[in-house]
Design a protein around this ligand. Structure first.
Ligand code: SF4
Ligand code: SF4
Length: 146
């Protein structure tokens, strides 16, 4: 029998199934910059202040919007905003009709497969707490969002 992510659309999934798709890479918690003229999105290596850089998990997930009001609830955003997600993110992949990668925990059944595949932000991200001025984000751009 096919797994749930091949049988159901994102909308049809239960909340538990939905949550299990997150691989915990932490990439969506990196600050992005949008070019006002071209609308292009650039990814920086600066992570939200609430992200634990070792575990790649939010330190205050349940109450996070009290501290970071603009943190998006992925479950509730429109699909048109998915181009802000990294191309490795399961939600974006499934929305685009693609398969989950072999390193995804639902396929590998190993928690550390995401890190082993070099997908997590551990190792290169820094916290925004370390940045003196958030207006300097441009200095930390990694790449153009694709
Ligand atoms: S980018 Fe996607 S898979 Fe990675 S932590 Fe964010 S929601 Fe989860
Ligand atoms: S508040 Fe938590 S979930 Fe939201 S961007 Fe920051 S670390 Fe990520």
């Amino acid at each position: 029998m096919k797994p749930f992510w091949e049988l159901k659309t994102l909308i049809e999934m239960t909340r538990e199934e939905w949550e299990s798709l997150c691989d915990g890479c932490g990439q969506c918690c990196l600050h992005k910059i949008q070019d006002e003229d071209t609308d292009e999105i650039y990814i920086t290596r600066v992570a939200c202040k609430l992200l634990d850089l070792k575990t790649c998990r939010c330190k205050r997930y349940v109450e996070r919007t009290k501290f970071v009001p603009d943190c998006l609830e992925l479950h509730d955003i429109s699909f048109s905003q998915y181009d802000w997600l990294p191309k490795t993110c399961a939600y974006r992949l499934l929305h685009e009709g693609k398969s989950l990668p072999v390193w995804h925990p639902l396929l590998s059944t190993q928690e550390n497969s995401v890190k082993k595949a070099g997908i997590t932000i551990s190792g290169y991200a820094i916290s925004e707490i370390e940045i003196k001025d958030m207006d300097d984000l441009e200095d930390y751009v990694l790449e153009l969002q694709s």
